[in-house]
Structure formats: C-alpha cells, structure tokens
Design a protein around this ligand. Sequence first.
Ligand code: NAD
Ligand code: UD1
Length: 342
Amino acid sequence: MKRVLLTGGAGYIGSHTAVALLKNGYEVVIYDNLINSSILVIDRIKKITGKNLTFYKADVLDTDFLKEVLIKEKIDTVIHFAALKSVSESLEKPLEYYKNNLGGTLSLLEAMRASKVKKIIFSSSATVYGDPKKTPITEDFPKGICTNPYGWSKSFIEQILVDINGSDKEFKVVLLRYFNPIGADKSGEIGEDPRGIPNNLMPYICQVALGKLPYLHVYGDDYDTKDGTGIRDYIHVVDLAYGHVLAVEKIDELKSLEIINLATGRGYSVLEVVAAFEKASGKKIPYKIEARRPGDVDKSFADASYAKKVLGWQAKYGIDQMCEDTWRWQLKNPNGYESEDK
Ligand code: NAD
Ligand code: UD1
C-alpha cells in the first residue's frame, strides 16, 4: 500500500486527512514542526482509527532531514499542508510568511528531487481566484489579485509547481483549491484550534457560543447577496479529507498537472451560517452588523463538477452537519488541545 507523507499533517486539515487515509488502508507519515498544532493530535488520530502512524517533529525548511525521511520512509506521494495561514498575521509579517510558505515549499521540492519522489498534492485555496468576475467559480477562471501575503504565497507556490511540472512531466502535481473548510471528525476528538481571537467565521461563532466572546461582528450587510452578508462555499473537513484520499488513489491516472476545486457548489451567507449554528447548538449567537472587512469578496462559491469528473468525489455533508460536528468538537474541547506545545 502507498506510503504518504503529510507535511503539516498535525494541523486541522492534515489530521482529518491522516484519519481518512488510515481508514482507507494507506500508511501515513506526518512531518510537522507543531508551530500551529499540538502533539496530542497524533494520539487522537491513532485513537480514532485504531491504526498506527509515524510522526516526525521537524521543519520543512530542513531540506537534508526531509530528504532523509522521504528515502527512509519509502514515500510514494507527498501531501503538502505545511504553511502559516493567518491572513491578518501575514499582513504584519510578510517576510515570515514568504519564508515559511515559499521557502518551505522550495525546500520540500529540492528534497523530493534528491529522493526521486515525484508526486505532490498541494493545499491551495479559493483565495487564488481573487475577486472573481462571476460565480460559480470553475478551475479555468483566471487567477486574481490577492489582497494579502498569505494569498500570494498560495498563488506563487501554484506557479512554482506548474513550472516544475513544465520542466518534468513525470513530476505529477495536483493543486487542490479548497473553499471554506469547517466541521470536525464526528468523534469530537480532532478539530480546528486557532490561536488567540479567531479571524474566520466558524471559529469565531464557536467562541461566542462558548461565552468567551460577547458577540459576532458581521462584516457588512450591504453586499449584493440575498441578505446583504457575504456568501461562501463551506465544506465539511471530512469531505475535504476524503478528496485527498481520492487524489492519492488516482494520481497515477490523472493528467500530469491537475487543478481541482474542492467545494460543495452551494453558498451560504453569514446570517445563514449563524442560523444553522444556532439550530445545531441550541445557543443564541448575538451579532452586530459592522463595516465590510477589507479584502473580502461578496460571493465565493464553486462549480464542483470537475472534482466529480476526475476524482469521482462529491461532498456528502451539508451545513447542518458541519455545524453539529463543529459544536461537538468545541463542547468536548472548549480550550482546544490545551497542550504546552500549542
Ligand atoms: P493548520 O495551521 O492547522 O495546519 C498547518 C500545519 O503545518 C500545522 O500543524 C503547522 O504546525 C504546520 N507547519 C507550518 N509550518 C511548518 C513548517 N515550516 N514545517 C513543518 N510544519 C509546519 O492549517 P490548516 O487549516 O490545516 O491548513 C492546511 C493547509 O491548507 C495550509 O497550507 C493552508 O494554507 C491550506 N488552506 C487552509 C484553508 C482553511 O480554511 N483552513 C483554506 C484553504 C487552504
Ligand atoms: C478567509 C481568507 C482566505 C482564507 C480563508 C480560509 C480573507 C480576506 N480571506 O476567507 O484567504 O483562505 O479565510 O482560511 O481573510 N465574517 C464575519 N465575521 C467574522 C469572520 C468572518 O462576518 O468574524 C464573514 C466574512 O466577511 C466572510 C465570511 O464570514 O463573508 C467568511 O469569512 P472567513 O471565515 O474569514 O473566510 P473567507 O473570508 O472566505
């Protein structure tokens, strides 16, 4: 069975993908420096799946060690999750973001070349579309202007991977463009655990529901949408994780370079998410309408049909399940992983 290396595999999406891969019979090696995750995740993945995995606490910037691991572990495919991901922090620390995200990817690519590992699946984002001219968004839409260094790091890395694929068609690249991942494994053992005050909608709503923050700031109610609040394509992280399993499984049959949206194809407004969360949790979420957040787009949702065509993948879970599973994780872990490593 294929052995898969997950850089950043202890993080939110990586941990769910590790569970999905293990459940589907793959062997998993996680390579993570725990800069935004906890060592507790590793045992929780084992507990959920009843399977073992290999973990290295190490930095993707350490090219020599990464090369050693790729060879020693006989890796077939790499899924590259490792990155810093806070939009607001990236505006304050662009150099750190470019060094970690771009530098980390260059280091990984060098290690892959040296160890002759020729398959990579990359965690990209809908952010690379910028402000799309229309919706739903298909993969052939032009890439857009990003509004922050985090977004540019995703866009630049995509280009680097396209160029490397251009120079060596045997080097297989799958760019997975995620829309808005939320939700958690149904065990409530793993989930999203942001540091400090969350930037993203669902973690912020959870903090309000737990009584840690007084109310939700709704950024703008004057967008050209049904209720005036921003629309996004929220996707259950368990669906997203399974998309990676299929990408690993089918990578040999795919084109040498693939770009695939992972999304449900259905958009929800901020107020619709609030209503769904209230229903799932039984908690009232007070909110105040405020000015638009700079850099936000009015609507972002995908046409998800290409993923169905090439991977046979389709999202199974809807917004109610996403909210229920998020809330179960939060109730079970009101302070996240609470590890000293975090
Ligand atoms: P996360 O922060 O939970 O996971 C990222 C992991 O990478 C963390 O465990 C962190 O410790 C690790 N890491 C960071 N730099 C590292 C380095 N130099 N060496 C080794 N490990 C390192 O984030 P996530 O939400 O799981 O996101 C995973 C990937 O998906 C990221 O690349 C992110 O940009 C991308 N993405 C996320 C979203 C989202 O909404 N969560 C949306 C689109 C794309
Ligand atoms: C943001 C990032 C994007 C990143 C994605 C996932 C920006 C400009 N974009 O996207 O690069 O890939 O997160 O990590 O930050 N909202 C509120 N109140 C809040 C938080 C959000 O009203 O406290 C609204 C936003 O205006 C938006 C929607 O909720 O309409 C979703 O926001 P968010 O979860 O931050 O995701 P994105 O903006 O899509």
